[in-house]
Design a protein around this ligand. Structure first.
Ligand code: GLY
Length: 363
């Protein structure tokens, strides 16, 4: 990490090109597009730096994290490119900074982001709207399972300000997600469309998975670890039960070799894998194991270790690549597969620090 953090010091990487990090902060510089400075993954690089700073105490990592946090201010200025992923973006940058340094500017940024997220709440449907219309058609009623990782920003805002509204919105969204996204077998929908005027489910979509009704693996992990996060913030036992139900489904579907497909219900060919899902799942499984006191603990821990061992063997630990995790897939129907994606590295690092027992909890 030491060499690559210096090498990519002024970037906000998403993937690599010929082994070198790209830079989303230089991409689509207008600031109004969702895939440039507003890209949902733009907090992960800062988050990695804060994890390293917390572990090593080396100021170099803090300085690099602060560079990407400041760059994200352009999103607030432009406003139009933003979406529900303000949680992914500012929990790992400004909330992390505030937790570790008490920087008042970071607190202000994080509260600003939380307010934007709360403003996306639809009271009739009890959900947080995911995306703006952009090119996708009418998305006023769309919510996606990934939002379970954004709502911890709302829990943080209530803890920080004492205003219960943020937490009320987060819990209403989580309650809706428990019934509308999670299926009885523990698998999870990616996208649910609600009636934005009356509430109620209109239909579901396969989203980044294979098809409607399938089981996009990264979506399963956003749900499993996401409900665990809501349990940690609220103590509501139904959230833990839901995280465990999703975990049981996930564990039952882990292939013998520990390599996770893009979708548990995809056809056997072409072979499409997503190592980022393995890294996120490992984090969620370790968190579940951490709150279980019976011998069942080992079920979750053993599954996490199996995923991490497979990941360790498939990753590039050399200086040939700026990324460690090499075989991520953004979506089943993405143009590219088996490429490094920044959150693969972030969650691998988070999992490693969790196993060490002294990780920095940023969600
Ligand atoms: N949150 C979008 C994704 O997982 O690709």
């Amino acid at each position: 990490m030491a060499w690559v953090s210096e090498k990519s010091r002024n970037k906000i990487p998403y993937t690599t090109i010929d082994g070198t990090h790209d830079d989303r902060s230089a991409y689509n510089p207008s600031g109004t597009e969702a895939d440039g400075i507003n890209w949902w993954t733009n907090g992960f690089w800062g988050g990695m730096m804060w994890q390293m700073y917390h572990d090593t105490g080396d100021e170099k990592y803090k300085d690099i994290a602060v560079i990407s946090e400041a760059k994200l201010d352009r999103c607030f200025e432009e406003f139009y490119g933003l979406h529900h992923d303000v949680g992914f973006m500012w929990l790992l940058t400004s909330v992390a900074n505030f937790k570790l340094t008490r920087n008042p500017e970071s607190r202000k940024r994080a509260l600003h982001a939380a307010t934007l997220l709360a403003g996306r709440f639809n009271p009739a449907g009890g959900f947080i709207r995911a995306w703006n219309d952009l090119d996708e058609g009418d998305t006023r009623g769309w919510a996606i399972i990934d939002c379970m990782f954004n709502i911890p920003l709302l829990y943080w805002a209530t803890d920080e300000t004492g205003d219960p509204r943020f937490k009320q919105i987060a819990m209403t969204h989580a309650d809706t997600a428990m019934t509308a996204f999670v299926r009885p077998d523990g698998s999870v929908n990616h996208i649910v469309e609600f009636d934005p005027y009356q509430g109620g489910v209109v239909r579901t979509y396969g989203g980044q998975g294979y098809e409607e009704g399938s089981s996009w693996t990264r979506g399963q992990t956003w749900a499993m670890y996401g409900f665990m996060m809501s349990y940690k913030h609220t103590g509501k036992s139904e959230y833990l039960d839901t995280a465990k139900r999703i975990a049981h489904y996930f564990i039952a579907n882990i292939p013998e070799d520990g390599v996770i497909p893009v979708d548990f219900r995809q056809p056997p060919e072409p072979k499409r894998e997503d190592d980022t899902a393995a890294a996120i799942a490992a984090c969620g499984l370790i968190e579940i194991a951490n709150v279980i006191e019976t011998y069942d603990k080992s079920i979750y821990l053993k599954a996490a270790l199996k995923l991490l061992k497979a990941l360790e063997q498939r990753s590039d630990w050399s200086e040939r690549s700026d990324a460690i995790v090499q075989r991520g897939s953004a979506a089943y129907r993405a143009a590219l597969h088996h490429q490094p994606i920044i959150y693969g590295d972030y969650f691998l690092i988070e999992a490693a620090f969790k196993l060490k027992g002294d990780g920095l909890y940023l969600w």
